[in-house]
Design a protein around this ligand. Sequence first.
Ligand SMILES: [Zn+2]
Length: 456
Amino acid sequence: MKRILIENTYIVTMNEKREVYRNGSILIEGDKIVKIGKVDRDSLGENVEIYDGKGKIILPGFVNTHVHLSQQMGRGIADDVDLLTWLRERVWPYESSFDLEDSYISSLACCGEMIKSGVTTFLESGGQYVEGMVRAVAESGMRGCLSKSVMDEGEGLPKTWQKTKEEELQVQKELYDKYNNTHEGRIKIWFGLRTIFNNSDDLIKETKKLADELNTGIHMHVGEIPGENEYVKKKNGLSTVEHLNSLGALGPNLLAVHTVWLTDREIDLFKLYDVKVSHNPGAAMKVVLGFARIPEMLEKGIPVSIGTDGAPSNNRMDMMREIYLTSLIHKGRTLNPKVLPAEKILEMATINGAKCALLDKEIGSLEVGKKADLIVINEKTLHSLPVHDPIGNIVYAMSSENVESTMCNGKWLMKNRVLTFVDENKLMEKLIEQSEKIQKKAGINIPDRFPVINIF
Ligand SMILES: [Zn+2]
């Protein structure tokens, strides 16, 4: 079995006691961590890959709890527009022009970008061609909880997406049977519910029933805009979360994304039912959803994690930047410098992310017996030196460039900034070619911002 020893390094375990090792070592055998702390190199014999960790910091791999793999080629198609234009004139035409090959290229590029910012696990919110995502995730070596974008009602839906409840449930069940726990267990299949605008009550109820039976998760956008609560109230007399509660849909396997417009009572309901939350500060500000009450939720003990959302709404699938944003915006909102300190932010990006992925027994912290999902951070860059406070420095000063290497399931997915599973230049060429095709096919026109003078 392959063994890797990372030695003489600063290890941030994120274990129960949040212990940190200075000049520690970590031994990986196969896909697992087998020793941490003091490791006698001489006792290991031959055939051990040695990684010199001097001047480096080892962290659990980040968990990005909300991303749209199939929106990766839609980066820049919907900037500075209102939400309805964003959705109906840009993102829906783009996504509904997709085919299987597009899904694969888009997903592979998205995985590459995430790996470069230290992500080893992600939760996919749902596209149409899950098979394309499965292929990309399998090749990339990442861990992913994938779901299909599910819609059985709603205004303005593209024709190809108009499906019945039965069809949507059937497709997801088939995907689960075929792909759940495949590729060394790295791929999980979840159920998707796009939004309350697009999902019937019956679909929500049956999704919850099936997800419980199959012991898997449900990924849903919840409480994004005030209009969402108004819409649900008009229809059912209740707000989104209270309505989901009346349908019996709240539970530990529900991941609620954005959760910006929640009342105190709704936050209490999340706590009561152990609902998981994905906070996406970049997208929430760019698409002007607002500021989610994250410190209040964490205070109550709700597991809140961090997600990037998709490329047309963020537009960076960069966890290091999202970590930075999360650390800042709540201080600004509450005018309290002590709110969401750096150590809390790292919890959100690692162990809380693992809880949201329903995988905290396997990942999210560096402990003996857990999967070897970790990142190596190089602290020696001008923008991050000096390092008086490593945890504070990671959150407030470092960027993705500091992520030197990324390992998932005991395999290097990036080593010394080079992706190991794909030729990055070729992938970029393919991405440009394919995204131009899609833009034409979808008929999306992006106006020039300045007068353009063509020189032939
Ligand atoms: Zn989303």
